[in-house]
Design a protein. Structure first.
Lengths: 523, 1107
């Protein structure tokens, strides 16, 4: 009897641990994940997946921009170190991985959307339009860096239910990608005028759309302004010219149907409401601020170029004391870094504390800087360029001056200041700023102002425009220790592609050289 | 439930104490010898019916008190037939013990699930290492005592001291993307081991360990290694990498107290061979650095201008001349070599350990209680590891039919600052220490006199005079020292491993065993990073508090029936169930945006709110039904079959169960046939089995990550997000890895067991290998979990034990272990013939597995040659890597390894020498080669002047080197004597005539990057064979004569001195320890990264006493 009781105890105790089928099913699922999602959540997830490259973050600046677009556009001084004109492997692969993760989240959004009912599709169409506009904005930047990229077939692993062999993505021709984006954006610009969004959808959209908070009007402006930027970028390409003319005229000729961003209040930005919420520029402050530590790099990375400072000094630019601050031992003198000095001499100058820096309070340590997607100034400068090319000098001038004024206002707002109209007028009348000279001179004015406006805050746009217009004229000290002696024309592909997407990569391999120009780079 | 456990635990403890008693009256002395008259040491002498007893000394002598002449003494010793002797009237006894018969000699082996079986009945290879061989040189964990002692087992300890992980791998690599570490079982309880990765600097800057390093070697009786699938088949899905069974020490008959103490010192060893000839700079005519004509810079300090080094990454500058120079720390010293410069960043680690164990055993109950206190230090300053281990084991026999085993193992550990990775100093150009520099200087300068972090240049500081301005300091090294000294992390670890096992005999032959066990870890961590600058410049510093809990609950029940079919044919059948649940939880809360009060460590001083916080949870469930069937014919033929059906929660719930069968048998030839008398014992064995391995938790499930970005626009709702998981992308149809093994073996004992052999041949096939298959990111994920590969391992294992010499006072015994392993990728299911695991350094090298080859070929770009095979030299006189081709530079898998243990004893002295060796695995320690490019290694001195074989030349206007024997070039150019002329032709086919500086050569050839980045870097030079023969352990022990030990009431007293890793007999890579690259327990973690911590050697002394 005793034995039987003992045996029951022994078996019974162990029996407590016998596992149930439900336990196995429960434990299969990672606690932080869910099996299904909604269009709304995936939309916000998609938008947030490139925040590190929209907001002013350490990694983007330290690893990627500080060694590539920033010095190559002379938004900052060029530190003459060895190999400075070759984009680093880390820069390329990190930017690439992030973009393709972002792209995959977009494709997943389409996948989720396509699986929903027709009614739901109709109700939530707005999400797809908004997502696609933003996706094209970010895609443009990557095409501008690399040229042809895997695009139409990219990011489909999840849509293909994990089928690897069906998911290798071909490279799409860069011009074809531009064409597709322009076609779709044109369609959206009309569709947004007629779309109806139910109150229920609009209510959720207001939270989930953290770019424009469901403001359809702003999305129209984002869409049309983006079209302008893209159209102007390809405006030198013969095959695009008729399209550029027709669409620019259509947009500018009908501001009611095709509104664009013309004032700073319309700027398409991602605001920082609270530095410790999910959307921020890092939570470190002062010298620990993300943007500051990224921009300064190994030291001296936040020093402006001599060219920019000289121009701003000469014209008494009201932005000068807002965007920059004098070096520690420079009194009130603003000095930029001479790109033609050799590296050691530059280090000495940097260490001497005589060079200006990007203003800590307003720019590099300003953790409330909004993530910039598109602003009134840049749109105005593209419009000015268009009018200039069409011989409409008055409209060109008006747009140019609007660009300069809004740029001054915008930078002033980062310092919580205002610049009065008188000062702006005086500035616009100063010799190196005033609208004067022949068309080439005026184009240079537009390009120079756009360059200052972009500065370190929109580095990829800046580098693209410097490449496209070859204006303002920048000089660089050749790097004799490297086969690449001057800034390149594009980034090569990350080795991840040649290694794992070999078949498709081999078709673009011959053009994968850093001095091959992007199709719009025709000057 | 907990009450039941509590009662089950408590009751036997009290019973055991109650049973322990003793009484003494008369003193008896005596000698115990074998039938040849040789004294037998360490024979247990127990007064029958009591717990009092003694052990014989090395001369076989003992003294014991007994109540009277009718007292009976029990003599027992391993290998001898126990004997009882009545004391009688005499006070002196001579006792002769007979050796046990051959059959009984074959020891009992612990096999899967803790089942004890006769060694002779096993159809597979096992190896057992006993306690005394584990603790001889006071290792901080048991695994690093197994080097060279178990055929088929590869061990490598990651550098970094007692808090650094150890990698074990049995019979070659078994997994491609995941760990090959065996399952660890302590007294039948699967324990948390986990993985570590000390090579991921940007993910974690501290050296960490796996769970097995928590176990105290002093409490282990033995470690048994189950290697093949058949041996491990009862562990099913977890036995794929083999099983390490640890048996805790238990009380022997009688009462005993053991006391052990050891002290040892670690010192940095096997550093790269650094040059001590020249300082920073580069041959002046190349104009790489702006310098004075003599290659120096200058700096004016307090009105005096001194020469200085340049702030230069390259050390191809002026030779040391012993004349004054201003160094970066502001001191004027002779410009002379600093040979210990790098070593001075580290300390000598002081370590001590004390252990006391009390044990008492009777027929009814035994009980052992042990307490160990360790104080460990690594070579990294400001680090400490203090441990307290308490171990309790007991067996209580309530009746003939019912007994209870209890094991409680508690560890309390406080780690102050796990060592900081030296990654930046090895793998980063800007952190490599130049030749004229010194670790001591960094310790002087890493913080200001106010205790803030150093400040450079004109950056704001409260102590501007202390700012570092004089050239050639390394901020990476300053940061390393600051981080090591100022970022404090205190880990408080509590771990309780306990089990209780009921053994019940229901009727004769039918037994029931039930076990419940836990392995519970409770960990608290406090991070206190000092404020690095005054708070008025912005808040810095950090405080965080974290909790980590991990619980394993394990239970099993086994029913066994043994019976006879005929007189000669016994059988036993066993059936059972085992189940396990694991739960993990972690929470971290920390300050956000720095500390608003300098060096105040509390959440309340967080600069921003809310605090930064995070937490996660994890769960894992597995269970199994299992059964075995054994037959034993006449005790010389054995066969066993096993079967196990597993379920796991890490795979799709609709397809998560698998069946693993095995069969093994053995034949004792020496009993079956009449063999020559020289052969005492011979056994043939064979086995076949299947085991598996499933993916880690949560890897397979395809799902969305969820997130919450918080409220953005005021008045709206929080932004809720999802995103698809892209690294790795899951796979709901994943299958477990399946390993099928067959093995055959032969054990032979000859010459009265003075020469024994054990040979094994095994062949493993692993199907459906789990791989995180790399994908082009453009597909939408960087990796996907998949079953695409199949591999095989086969090899021989040999173990030879011999006692070549025995005389009255001297004995030499020898144990030799050796194994070979041949690994091969046999198939890839995705139609490809290779898998690329990683592409590194901008396509400079790739780690690939190619069908038909072993796992892990290191692919590099070969030298670019023309159609005639001549190297093509660039216009600046260098070789190039071929951008269009990659070839294998070597394979990473070890082909063979082993060890030799020699024990020489003379009278009371015993000298043990353990050597081990490995050969056949290639590695690519990139950081060490990059040091050549910086000019800081001995290698980089080649051709530096005429004495080193350098050519004389001058540079023309295009920086082309023209040979000359004149004192000056034709236009007054400086003549250099460090020229090299590379054999090869220029692009147009002409012989290369461009002489280049050796500095230019080293700088470029050993640079970072693939063809796009460093066209002239030759990574094929970095791939090296990592063969070695190492003196692993030396121990010299002296057992004090009884006369002396008796004075301190000790039965046995031994003192020893020892060394671990004292020297190499041979190694192919002179710039590092052969295990320097061990940074994690997945094979590809251990090929290239020399930047965890420096390797060490250890010297110490130990005292072991038995009372």
């Amino acid at each position: 009897m005793k034995k039987i009781i003992l045996a029951m105890v022994v078996v019974g105790v162990s029996g407590i641990f016998s596992c149930t089928k439900k336990q196995f099913a429960d434990d299969y699922i990672k606690p932080t994940t869910v099996a299904t999602t909604t269009v709304e959540k995936q939309f916000a997830g998609f938008l947030s997946s490139d925040l590190d490259y929209v907001m002013y973050k350490y990694w983007n600046y330290f690893v990627i921009l500080q060694n590539t677009a920033l010095p190559w556009s002379q938004a900052v001084g060029v530190n003459n170190t060895q190999g400075r004109y070759v984009p680093g492997a880390a820069a390329i692969s990190d930017r690439w991985s992030n973009y393709y993760n972002f792209l995959s989240q977009y494709k997943e959004l389409l996948n989720v959307y396509n699986q929903s009912s027709d009614d739901e599709k109709a109700a939530k169409r707005i999400y797809i339009i908004m997502a696609t506009i933003h996706y094209y904005d970010r895609s443009e930047k990557v095409v501008d860096l690399h040229g042809d990229i895997p695009w139409s077939e990219a990011g489909l692993l999840s849509t293909n239910k994990g089928n690897v062999s069906a998911s290798y993505a071909k490279y799409d021709d860069a011009a074809t990608i531009y064409t597709k984006m322009l076609d779709d954006l044109k369609g959206f610009s009309d569709e947004l005028n007629s779309i109806s969004v139910s109150p229920a959808v609009a209510a959720t959209l207001k939270s989930q759309d953290f770019i424009n908070n469901g403001n359809i009007d702003l999305w129209k402006k984002y869409c049309n302004s983006l079209r302008i930027r893209m159209l102007m970028r390809v405006s030198g390409v013969a095959s695009f010219q008729s399209r550029v003319d027709a669409e620019m005229a259509a947009i500018l000729g009908n501001p009611t149907n095709y509104p664009i961003v013309t004032s700073n209040s319309d700027n398409i930005v991602i605001k920082v409401y609270n530095p410790t919420s999910g959307i921020n520029n890092g939570s470190g402050t002062g010298r620990s601020a993300d943007f500051y530590t990224g921009l300064i790099g190994w030291g001296g990375g936040d020093v402006p170029s001599e060219k920019m400072i000289d121009l701003m000094n000469a014209s008494n630019d009201p932005r000068l004391p807002i965007m920059f601050q004098p070096g520690d031992s420079a009194g009130s003198t603003f000095t930029g870094l001479d790109p033609m000095l050799n590296g050691n001499a530059q280090t000495d100058v940097v260490n001497s504390g005589k060079l200006a820096r990007y203003n800590f309070q307003n720019i590099s340590q300003n953790i409330y800087l909004p993530g910039m997607l598109i602003n009134a100034s840049e749109v105005s400068f593209y419009v000015a360029e268009y009018y200039l090319s069409k011989g409409d000098d008055a409209a060109a001038k008006a747009a140019y001056e609007n660009g300069v004024k809004t740029s001054i206002d915008r930078y002033a707002s980062y310092a919580s200041k205002t610049v009065n109209d008188g000062a702006k007028t005086t500035y616009l009348a100063s010799p190196s700023v005033a609208w004067a000279g022949d068309n080439a001179a005026k184009l240079n004015l537009i390009a120079t102002q756009k360059w200052i406006n972009y500065s370190v805050l929109q580095p990829l746009e800046n580098w693209a425009e410097v490449r496209r217009l070859k204006l303002p004229v920048l000089t660089f000290l050749p790097d004799n220790t490297n086969p690449q002696e001057l800034p390149p024309s594009r980034w090569q592909y990350p080795t991840n592609e040649q290694t794992y997407n070999t078949e498709n990569y081999n078709k673009v391999k011959d053009a994968d050289k850093i001095n091959v120009k992007i199709f719009w780079d025709v000057k | 439930m907990t009450k039941i456990v509590f009662k089950l635990l408590l009751c036997p403890i009290f019973c055991a104490f109650a049973l322990v008693a003793a009484a003494q009256q008369k003193s008896v002395t005596g000698t115990v010898t074998d039938d040849q008259g040789t004294p037998i040491p360490n024979v247990s002498v127990i007064l029958k019916g009591s717990t009092s007893g003694v052990a014989t000394n090395d001369n076989g002598r003992f003294t014991i008190s007994v109540p009277g002449n009718s007292s009976v003494l029990e003599f027992s010793s391993v290998g001898y037939v126990p004997k009882e002797v009545t004391v009688g009237p005499l006070s002196t006894l001579t006792v002769v013990l007979d050796k046990e018969q051959a059959q009984q000699m074959q020891g009992v082996v612990v096999t899967a699930l803790g089942v004890k079986r006769q060694e002779r009945s096993l159809g597979y290879a096992t190896s057992t290492v006993s306690s005394s061989d584990i603790v001889k040189t006071a290792p901080t964990n048991f695994a690093s005592a197994l080097y060279g002692k178990v055929p088929g087992l590869q061990v490598s300890q990651s550098p970094g001291g007692s808090t650094s992980g150890v990698v074990m791998q049995l019979r070659g690599v078994n997994s491609i993307s995941f760990s090959s570490t065996p399952l660890i079982i302590l007294d039948g309880v699967p324990i948390r081991d986990g993985s570590f990765n000390n090579g991921n600097y940007w993910g974690d800057q501290r050296v960490r360990a796996n769970g097995l390093t928590d176990l105290n070697p002093e409490d282990m009786e033995s470690v048994t290694v189950l290697k093949g699938a058949a041996a491990a088949a009862l562990y099913g899905s977890e036995g794929k990498n083999g099983v390490i069974l640890i048996t805790s020490k238990k009380a022997k008959k009688g009462f005993a107290v053991d006391f052990n103490t050891s002290y040892f010192q670690n010192e940095v060893a096997y550093l790269p061979e650094l040059q001590n000839v020249r300082g920073a700079g580069f041959p002046v005519p190349y104009g790489i650095y702006a310098s004075d004509p003599d290659g120096f810079g200058s700096y004016t300090l307090d009105g005096t201008t001194y020469r200085t080094n340049l702030q230069a990454g390259l050390s191809f500058g002026p030779k040391f001349d012993g004349k004054p120079i201003l160094s970066w720390d502001g001191k004027v010293r002779p410009y002379s070599p600093q040979p210990d410069r790098y070593k001075n960043l580290f300390q000598k680690g002081q370590n001590s350990s004390q252990n006391i164990a009390i044990s008492s055993g009777t027929d009814k109950a035994d009980i052992r209680l042990s307490l160990t206190h360790d104080n460990f230090e690594g070579v990294s300053k400001n680090s400490k590891d203090e441990r307290l281990n308490a171990n309790f084991t007991s067996t209580i026999k309530f009746s003939k039919n019912y007994s209870l085993d209890i094991m409680i193992n508690y560890m309390n550990q406080h780690v102050h600052n796990r060592p900081y990775l030296v990654d930046r100093l090895i793998n980063n150009f800007t952190g490599m220490m130049p030749a004229f520099d010194n670790g001591d200087w960094y310790f002087d300068k890493y913080r200001t006199s106010l205790g803030y972090k150093y400040v450079t240049g004109t950056n704001p500081s409260l102590t501007p005079d202390e700012n570092l301005k004089i050239p050639n300091y390394r901020t990476d090294i300053l940061d390393y020292v600051w981080n090591m000294m100022s970022n404090n992390e205190d880990d408080y670890n509590n771990r309780l491993i306990s089990s209780i096992t009921n053994n019940l005999t229901i009727i004769d032959g039918l037994t029931l065993r039930g076990k419940i066990a836990t392995d519970a870890t409770f960990n608290q961590t406090f991070n206190k990073n000092l404020s690095s600058q005054p708070v008025q410049y912005g808040p810095t510093g950090y405080y965080a508090q974290s909790n980590y809990n991990y619980n394993i609950l394990y239970g099993d029940v086994l029913a066994t029936y043994m019976g006879n079919i005929t007189k000669d044919l016994e059988f036993s059948i066993m059936g059972g169930y085992s189940g396990r649940r694991e739960k993990g939880m972690s929470t971290t809360v920390g300050t956000n945006g720095g500390l608003s009060v300098e060096n105040k460590f509390d959440l309340s001083v967080s600069y921003n709110t809310p605090y930064s916080s995070g937490g996660d949870q994890s769960y894992f469930t597995t269970d199994a039904f299992l059964g075995t069937l054994n037959f034993n014919y006449k005790n010389y033929a054995f066969i066993e079959g096993t079967i196990r059906r597993d379920r796991t929660s890490t795979m799709n719930p609709n397809n998560n169960s698998f069946v693993y069968p095995s069969v093994n048998g053995s034949l004792v030839l020496s009993d079956l046939f009449k063999l020559p008398t020289v052969i005492n014992y011979a056994k043939l064995r064979a086995s076949w089995g299947t085991v598996g391995s499933y993916p880690q938790a949560y890897l397979a499930n395809v799902a969305y990550n969820t997130g919450n970005l918080g409220v953005q626009l005021p008045g709206t709702n929080p932004v809720l997000t999802t995103s698809t998981i892209t690294n790795p992308y899951g796979n709901d149809n994943i299958r477990p890895e399946m390993k099928k093994t067959y093995e055959v073996g032969l054990a032979i004992e000859t010459f009265e067991r003075r020469l024994n052999f054990d040979l094994t041949y095994y062949h493993d096939n692993v199907y459906d290998l789990l791989i995180n298959l790399s994908l082009p990111q453009s597909m939408g994920a960087s990796t996907i979990l998949s079953n695409v590969a199949q591999l095989s391992n086969n090899g021989f294992e040999a173990n030879i034990n011999a006692i070549p010499v025995v005389t009255k006072n001297f004995q030499w015994s020898l144990s030799l272990n050796y194994f070979t392993n041949k690994n091969k990728i046999t198939k890839l299911a995705n139609g490809s013939d290779e898998i690329i695991h990683s592409d590194n350094d901008g396509n400079a090298y790739q780690i690939k597995s190619v069908v038909g080859h072993p796992v892990g070929d290191i692919y590099v770009h070969p030298l670019l040659v023309n159609s005639k095979g001549q190297p093509i030299i660039t216009s600046d006189g260098l070789y190039q890597q071929d951008p269009n081709k990659m070839v294998s530079g070597g394979n990473s898998q070890v082909k063979g390894a082993g060890g030799m243990v020699n024990t020489l004893s003379y009278k009371n002295f015993a000298l043990t020498l353990v050597t081990d060796f490995k050969y056949g695995g290639y590695v690519i320690p990139t950081g060490l080669y990059w040091m050549n490019s910086r000019g800081i290694t001995k290698e980089s001195l080649k051709y530096m002047d005429a004495a080193h074989g350098g050519l004389s030349y001058y540079l023309d206007g295009d920086l082309r080197g023209i040979p000359t024997s004149a004192a000056q070039g034709p236009n007054g150019e400086t003549v250099l004597h460090d020229g090299m002329l590379l054999k090869g032709v220029t692009a147009d086919g002409k012989e290369n005539t461009n002489i280049i500086s050796q500095a230019y050569y080293y700088w470029n050839i050993y640079n970072w990057g693939g063809p796009q980045y460093s066209p002239s870097a030759l990574y094929y030079l970095y791939v090296q064979k990592n063969n070695y023969i190492k003196m692993r352990e030396i121990s010299l022990a002296y057992t004090l004569p009884n006369k002396i030990s008796e004075k301190v009431w000790a039965k046995r007293l031994t003192v020893s001195v020892f060394a671990r890793n004292p020297f190499y007999l041979y190694r192919t890579i002179k710039d590092m320890d052969a295990e320097q690259l061990t940074t994690g327990n997945v094979w590809f973690n251990n090929l290239s990264n020399a930047g965890s911590q420096p390797s060490t050697r250890t010297f110490g002394a130990m005292l072991r006493a038995t009372f």
